[in-house]
Write a protein that binds this ligand. Structure first.
Ligand SMILES: O=C(O)[C@@H](O)[C@H](O)[C@H](O)CO
Ligand SMILES: [Mg+2]
Length: 407
């Protein structure tokens, strides 16, 4: 069996999805997602210029060797542009493998450990009252877990939250131009306000709701330890990205002062970003994405390593991932013995569903994986032609005096 060709598409409904389609001499094709949020053209270019020409003629069944060939073959290792491109290839090869075997990918991983996989929604609010409405909206739809973020009084231009009340959809990446919007951050205001706000959410929604909160890497280690201690009474499901991702030792200080579960990893792109945190049991949830971390092959290894150390999965699911990445994660979630939760934002516009037809379903706060062979997502090329690349950007954040800070 041989790969005969591969095509890269960039575009989508209000998104720049990077979709890879690998064709074979047996008529079977595979699909992968290389969307690197707000830098989408770069993995596309890497695929087109280097990886696709080398793929042609390879046996698509050898997904492990192909992954190693590109990873080691690059000489310069890791980095999200490369791993997003490798990730798309790897997803497409698992898709082909499943179609060849006439089995859904979760069967190739070891079958189902559960039926539905719990997801968490993003509730956001310009202020706490607005956030409460947003949480109620998701609870009414049956979500069991909700991430909560709201504006901080006195802090201008928010915190990855809407500026206007009632605008509760998460659209962090802005497609009105290449120059990022600037948010303003004030740690003191956040530290004073947010623990009490989280307690009010717990009081209003009761003990059952799983409440998650994302700090977006903005606290220094001592501040994060103090914050984690302050939110202990809230009984959070997780506290996400409390400190800048590069300083892994920062998490040790948090551990010494609090038992709040820590989730990290959405900006990681290899097992080498995860292994110390997992082995030293400094985290409770690993948040890699199948696209950014290089595909199903390496992420399965991360999941197995995590399982040895009681670390559960909580894969990234921001709207920048196409339905193909979300499908790959749905298969891993169905299998993983140490599954925790899956982040889920409403992608399912009619336009997106038409471009990526599938039988994967979201109901009652759970994802129900498709039983179709392979990843179970198709791609309608005839509809892809109507979407072009639209320059966009992720916001940046500065302190009030102008100092650049961590998003
Ligand atoms: O946990 C999340 O989904 C967020 O941290 C987003 O990934 C981030 O704002 C990038 O848009
Ligand atoms: Mg996050």
């Amino acid at each position: 069996m041989k790969i005969t060709d591969a095509k890269v598409f960039v575009g989508g409904p209000k998104k720049n999805y990077v979709t890879l389609k690998i064709m074979t001499d047996q008529g079977i094709y595979g699909l992968g997602d290389a969307t690197l949020n707000n830098r989408e053209t770069l993995p596309a270019q890497y695929l087109q210029d280097y990886l696709v020409p080398n793929l042609i003629g390879m046996d698509p069944r050898n997904s492990e060797d192909i992954w190693q060939y590109f990873y080691r073959g690059a000489y310069f290792r890791r980095g999200p542009i490369a791993t997003a491109a490798f990730g798309a290839i790897d997803m497409a090869l698992w898709d082909i493998k499943g179609k060849l075997a006439n089995l859904p990918v979760y069967q190739l991983l070891g079958g189902k450990s559960r039926e539905g996989a719990m997801v968490y929604a993003h509730a956001t609010g310009a202020d706490l009252e607005d956030l409460m409405d947003s949480v109620a909206f998701y609870v009414e739809q049956g979500y069991k877990a909700v991430r909560v973020q709201c504006g901080i009084p006195g802090m201008p231009k928010g915190y990855a939250v809407p500026e206007a009340k009632g605008d509760n959809l998460n659209h962090i990446t802005d497609y009105t131009g290449i120059r990022p919007k600037v948010e303003v951050w004030d740690t003191d205001r956040y530290m004073r306000y947010m623990p009490g706000a989280l307690e009010r959410i717990r009081e209003r929604f009761g003990p059952e709701l799983k409440i998650l909160h994302d700090v977006h890497h903005r606290l220094l280690p001592r501040e994060a330890a103090a914050f984690a201690r302050a939110v202990e009474p809230v009984d959070l499901y997780w506290l996400e990205d409390p400190t800048p991702a590069e300083d892994q030792d920062a998490l040790r200080l948090i551990r010494q002062h609090s038992t709040v579960p820590i989730a990290i990893g959405e900006v990681f792109n290899s097992i080498y970003d995860c292994n110390r945190l997992i082995e030293q049991e400094l985290i409770d949830f690993i948040r890699v994405a199948v696209t950014y971390a290089g595909g199903i092959t390496p992420v399965r290894r991360i999941v197995d390593l995590a399982g040895l150390h009681h670390v559960r999965t909580g894969f990234h699911g921001a709207p920048s991932h196409s339905p193909i990445c979300m499908a790959a994660q749905a298969h891993l979630n169905a299998w993983a013995p140490n599954f925790g939760v899956q982040e889920y934002l409403v992608l399912g516009t009619p336009e997106c569903d038409a471009l990526f037809p599938s039988e994967h379903r979201m109901e009652n706060g759970m994802v129900w994986v498709s039983d179709a062979p392979g990843l179970g997502v198709d791609f309608d090329e005839s509809k892809a032609a109507r979407y072009d690349y639209v320059p966009g950007s992720h916001p940046v954040v500065r302190l009030e005096d102008g100092t650049m800070w961590n998003y």
